[in-house]
Design a protein around this ligand. Structure first.
Ligand code: GTR
Length: 429
């Protein structure tokens, strides 16, 4: 054999060998019907430097940090390290009864200070009576705490809120008539009746959802008014995720919840924030993505529903400026959202879609969920999720992963919560 033929032969055999070993390792994880999809599954299991990820330690030491770094630099933006002081005052504490379920309800004011600057947030907490360390759901709300229930006189948010058919607003602010109008999204009788708790705050406390130059909310607190924004710096989703971590920190300081297991939860843009919070903060034991769509659980590469161009034209400030470079070129992004979901592993992950939520691409959400088993299965070799888009029905549970498709629109409803709560009780008790 001539020298260059020998080299070609050796290179060819090496490629064939590594291809075969990839196929073998994936075969171990998946059933035969999935084999055609193997190349897609390998994305998350191959590092940017082409290293195959076949075990937990290579995942945790090589692939996971590079993916987090990539998401920070190109999608959500890097959060500065800053350490504000925080003090809490209890504004009210009460025992209330909602649909026959008694609960302790507390409203807390959190005051943040950093380098002479101030920011405050109001937390609403609902806990079952006489239960130590209950599982607590941690989530932000869209219209302020006062829209959660009609019984407790929670403080109205004075921040910007979106226009919404069901909420009475004036000049983008909630009014007294808006009290309790979003109670259907937070079924307190069910949550507390299942011996779980809830803590929530208005997302705008941490960053009002307007494109106004990052002067307010936690951006303003951390950076002040004079700050040149680099292309990889944090947007609103990262600010909301920071707020979720603050709620967790508060729970850890309270005797009745300091050892509670927590599930971070969010709907839509707040589902994206919940995912990013769960990834950047390992103290959350479970992560729930409800209809999080583009830049949440949905695949970029399916090119259905919202894409990078659409989302960054309407909401450029949610992300790092770098993310805008991928407008019209979603597939140039070196990540897709099975990678985002994989970063939650091995903690419990629940992804939920709604059948009429085309903008969020329910099938794309399922595809990310399905593909993220490539990493979850490194921790649990028995895991096997079929590539079969489920019909709207009960939760589909696989080890520490769950998915459901609810029949209906883009929303978070009692039906969704019923399944989240059962899964949380099963996983975290
Ligand atoms: C839409 C946005 C989605 C989703 C949704 C929401 O307008 O395009 O990505 O976040 O808002 O948060 O309700």
């Amino acid at each position: 054999m001539k020298r260059h033929s020998l080299i070609l032969f050796l290179v060819g055999s090496a490629i064939a060998f590594s291809f075969n070993s990839c196929v073998r390792s994936i075969e171990k994880v998946h059933s035969t019907e999935l084999r055609e999809l193997d190349p897609a599954l390998q994305g998350v299991r191959k590092s940017f430097g082409n290293r195959q990820i076949n075990d937990v330690s290579t995942w945790e030491q090589v692939r996971k940090p590079e993916l987090i770094d990539y998401y920070e630099n190109y999608v959500f933006g890097k959060r500065p390290s800053f350490n504000p002081s925080v003090s809490y005052s209890v504004l009210s504490v009460d025992t209330i009864s909602i649909d026959g379920v008694k609960m302790e309800h507390t409203e807390i004011q959190a005051d943040f200070k950093y380098r002479g600057r101030k920011m405050k947030s109001y937390y609403a907490k609902f806990l079952p009576l006489n239960i130590k360390d209950p599982i607590v759901f941690v989530g932000l709300n869209f219209f302020g705490n006062s829209t959660l229930d009609t019984l407790s006189a929670l403080t109205h948010s004075n921040h910007f809120v979106m226009k919404n058919a069901g909420v009475k607003t004036k000049g983008h602010r909630v009014t007294e008539e808006s009290r309790g109008t979003k109670a259907y999204r937070w079924p307190l009788d069910l949550i507390v009746g299942s011996e779980c708790g809830l803590i929530t705050a208005h997302y705008a406390d941490f960053d009002p959802d307007v494109n106004n130059g990052f002067l307010d909310g936690v951006h303003g607190l951390a950076e002040g008014r004079v700050h040149f924004r680099k292309r990889n710096e944090w947007g609103s989703i990262s600010a909301w995720a920071w707020g979720l971590s603050e709620l967790q920190s508060y729970l850890e300081l309270q005797p009745e919840t300091k050892n509670s297991k927590t599930a971070v939860i969010g709907h839509s843009r707040l589902g994206k924030a919940a995912l990013w919070a769960g990834i950047t903060d390992k103290r959350f034991d479970m992560v729930v993505s409800n209809n999080s769509g583009c830049a949440g659980a949905a695949q970029f590469r399916t090119m259905r529903g919202e894409d990078i161009e659409k989302i960054t034209k309407r909401f450029p400030y949610w992300f790092a400026r770098n993310f805008q470079s991928f407008r019209g070129n979603d597939s140039l992004l070196l990540v897709d959202q099975e990678m985002l979901l994989s970063l939650v592993a091995p903690r419990s992950l629940y992804v939920a879609s709604a059948s009429k939520d085309a903008w969020a691409d329910p099938e794309g959400e399922y595809l990310s969920f399905y593909k993220s088993q490539a990493i979850y299965s490194l921790y649990d070799s028995t895991l096997e999720i079929p590539y079969k888009y489920p019909a709207p029905k009960e939760a589909n549970e696989y080890g520490s992963m769950a998915y459901h498709l609810r029949a209906g629109e883009h929303e978070i409803l009692r039906w969704d919560w019923e399944r989240y709560i059962l899964f949380a009780l099963d996983q975290l008790k």
